[in-house]
Design a protein. Structure first.
Length: 381
């Protein structure tokens, strides 16, 4: 039965190839969409017990440094640190030399981010030297940095340049993208700017994920009538906000994926219907030779499923190779795309869609073929 079904597929090679190509192209697009949605769902490195407090107006608007002590007094807050996005230009402005550069408070960073691991000696050296910085291991390996190396970063957002000396290398086993950034002293940047007393974002460590909602409400309520109002959110929501600035991409990509699946289903169904109609006389001959209705139905279904699975496997292979290259390019701008890859979920979706299209597109032609009358089939020209 299987051998006969495969022979039928190769009878009209051009039609089979074109059907496969349409299925492959659709599944490649579907895999890209699924992998991208997986990126949005994972938000690598975010913790359930961290809250981000930023300006309610815009992420580009800083907050007063005085908010630091007030936020510390909130119930359930165990630690608080600050991040200022410095950006700047390292070597040149080419994408391969882009990496996140933050000024922060060395005394509180590791309280809020205990998953960042660094030796006590390197931590102490960083705290003791105002112009020191620490780098993630992945980034240090990329540039072959060693303890004591100096780097120069030209300011762009901030009108000051910084000369930094590497005093520590940290690791983050559960968040590989975190190892692609550097941190330097907030006070160094503040002094260079004339001590404006401004903070980009506050990161709060909460004693329990169950108390996160309480802290978010309390933080926003604390500054309701202040000149600089705040927006508080979970760390995961904060990370996703960067991607969702361009709109509701979850809904958009979901709609595109659904449209792709429906379109390729109709293409495959039409192809299988044409193939079944062309072999009506053959079906009559098979039934004359003793083939039962169930065997005829299985024959057509096997052909359809074979096309669906083969298209899925080829599409998944192409997607895996393409996504690997695209991921390395995108993460230079958005580190979160370090997780843009073919996950087991993406493989399962691709194979599942291929199998589903194969079964459904061949089901109606198979049922019609199995029900055809022998006399009618043999008279068909």
């Amino acid at each position: 039965m299987l051998k006969l079904a495969l022979r039928n597929l190769l009878r009209n090679k051009l039609r089979t190839i074109l059907t496969l190509l349409s299925l492959v192209s659709a599944l490649v697009l579907l895999c890209f969409l699924t992998a991208f949605l997986d990126v949005l769902a994972t938000t690598e490195g975010s913790a359930d017990n961290r809250v981000v407090v930023r300006s309610a107006v815009s992420l580009a608007m800083p907050l007063p440094e005085a908010y630091w002590q007030r936020l510390k007094t909130l119930e359930h807050v165990q630690g608080i640190t600050t991040f200022n996005w410095y950006q700047g230009i390292f070597k040149n402005d080419r994408p391969e030399n882009f990496f996140p550069r933050f000024s922060t408070d060395p005394d509180s960073l590791f309280e809020v981010y205990p998953e960042y691991k660094i030796s006590e000696a390197e931590k102490a050296a960083w705290k003791a030297e105002r112009t020191a910085f620490i780098a993630g291991k992945t980034l240090a390996d990329k540039y072959h940095w060693k303890i004591g190396d100096q780097i120069f970063i030209k300011g762009d957002i901030y009108p000051v340049d910084v000369n930094l000396t590497l005093r520590g290398i940290f690791t983050a086993a559960d968040a590989p993208s975190a190892e692609k950034q550097i941190f330097f002293h907030r006070k160094y940047l503040e002094e260079a700017l004339g001590n404006p007393g401004l903070v980009g974002t506050y990161f709060l460590k909460i004693d329990s994920p169950q108390n996160v909602t309480k802290v978010i409400k309390a933080a926003e309520a604390m500054f309701t009538n202040a000149e600089f109002q705040v927006r508080a959110e979970t760390e995961k929501a904060f990370q996703l906000s960067f991607l969702e600035m361009i709109g509701n991409i979850r809904l958009l990509f979901g709609a595109i994926g659904l449209a792709v699946v429906i379109s390729i289903f109709f293409i495959s169904a039409n192809t299988m219907a044409m193939a079944a109609r062309e072999r009506t006389t053959e079906v009559g001959v098979l039934k004359t030779l003793g083939f039962r209705n169930g065997q005829v139905l299985s024959l057509v279904i096997i052909e359809s499923v074979a096309v669906g699975l083969l298209g899925a496997l080829v599409g998944l292979a192409i997607s895996a190779l393409s996504i690997r290259g695209i991921s390395s390019a995108l993460e230079k701008v958005f580190p979160i795309f370090g997780t843009f890859k073919m996950t087991p979920h993406t493989w399962a979706v691709g194979l599942g869609v291929g199998l589903l299209i194969g079964v459904l597109s061949g089901l109606i032609p198979a049922i019609n073929a199995s029900r055809v009358n022998i006399a009618t089939a043999l008279r068909r020209v």
